[in-house]
Ligand binder design. Structure first.
Ligand code: PPS
Length: 296
């Protein structure tokens, strides 16, 4: 159960990466990457809302100008630090930089507090389901026919980027004032509150009309139909098997997890996240949403 996908993945400092996209040299270079004061990093465990935040922030920086996301592909607007560093270096400032790396593999300057970080996280059960489907459309990952096997691989960190639990712990244990945590669920439930918080964090002020445009052009349906945001032009996906913009829902895990799988996952969650003091709003909407994660 849960063998690493050795054909598709290699290990760098204990973390699995996709052969087809990453290499040791590119990953080594991250440590000394020069961070600028006005850099904004979008950091996520895979399938947590990265693309949504890329589009949302692109629009915030463009003051709602939709051409920014209609004309420019995600990869060019918010390139990936660990896979496209040469593009990141050439990007016009202020730069939006995407990264799936855990905190301890981030650039030294970022770890020391330079630049700003928006860390997006999502209910790990929904993340897992989205990741499961992602394996089936991504040519660079092993297809997953058996959900049970994938649950165990995810729990055992034998997937691209390794352990969700370690990843999230790393970002919360090393939080300093330049890191803002935002959940996918809060974006879904109360995007106005998230927008306010993000704009305050970035020192941006937008008019009501600009904010409406940000919300509209980063909404699921509009992103799903936009070739610059839905990855339909990217060769790494086999769209006959599914779409990148799949459902965009909170709580889809309930259609996949059995009661036994859910209880097992909850046990692992409690064990692995003990002492972190996080109280997520993960389901719709049992109580009033917060704008980000509450510390209890
Ligand atoms: S990746 O491959 O790690 O960059 O994927 P990531 O972008 O982090 O996550 C993909 C999931 O996010 C959903 N998504 C959205 N949901 C709601 N609203 C918007 N605007 C939106 N944009 C992307 C996308 O559908 C994937 O989730 P699932 O559950 O698979 O639908």
């Amino acid at each position: 159960m849960g063998d690493p996908q050795t054909d598709c993945l290699f290990y760098f400092r204990g973390i699995p990466f996709m052969h087809q996209i990453y290499n040791m040299e590119g990953l080594e270079r991250v440590e000394d990457f020069e961070v600028m004061d006005d850099d904004v990093f979008i950091t996520t465990y895979p399938k947590s809302g990265t693309t949504w935040m890329q589009v949302f922030l692109s629009l915030v920086y463009a003051e709602g100008d939709e051409s920014q996301v209609k004309d420019i592909h995600n990869f060019d607007r918010a390139p990936w630090l660990e896979a496209m560093m040469d593009d990141v270096v050439k990007t016009k400032r202020p730069r939006l930089i995407s990264s799936h790396l855990p905190f301890n593999l981030q650039p030294r300057m970022l770890r020391e507090g330079k630049g700003k970080v928006i860390h997006v996280l999502r209910n790990p059960k929904d993340t897992l389901v989205s990741f499961y489907h992602f394996h089936n459309i991504t040519k660079f990952l092993e297809s997953q026919s058996d959900f049970q096997t994938f649950v165990e691989q995810f729990i055992d960190a034998k997937v691209f980027i390794g352990s969700w639990f370690d990843h999230v712990r790393g970002w919360f244990e090393n939080t300093h004032p330049n890191v803002l945590h935002v959940t996918y669920e809060d974006m879904t439930i109360d995007l106005d509150a998230v927008t306010k918080k993000v704009c305050e964090f970035l020192g941006k002020t937008l008019t009501k009309q600009q904010l409406e445009s940000v919300k509209h052009h980063s909404s699921f349906n509009i992103m799903r139909d936009n070739p610059k945001t839905n990855f339909s032009q990217v060769e790494m996906f086999d769209f006959e098997k599914g779409t990148f913009m799949r459902k965009g829902k909170v709580g889809d895990w309930k259609d996949y997890f059995t009661v036994a799988q859910s209880e097992r996952f909850d046990d692992v969650y409690r064990e692995r996240m003990v002492g972190l003091g996080l109280d997520f709003i993960w389901d719709l909407p049992a109580r009033k949403p917060t704008c980000s994660v509450e510390l209890v």
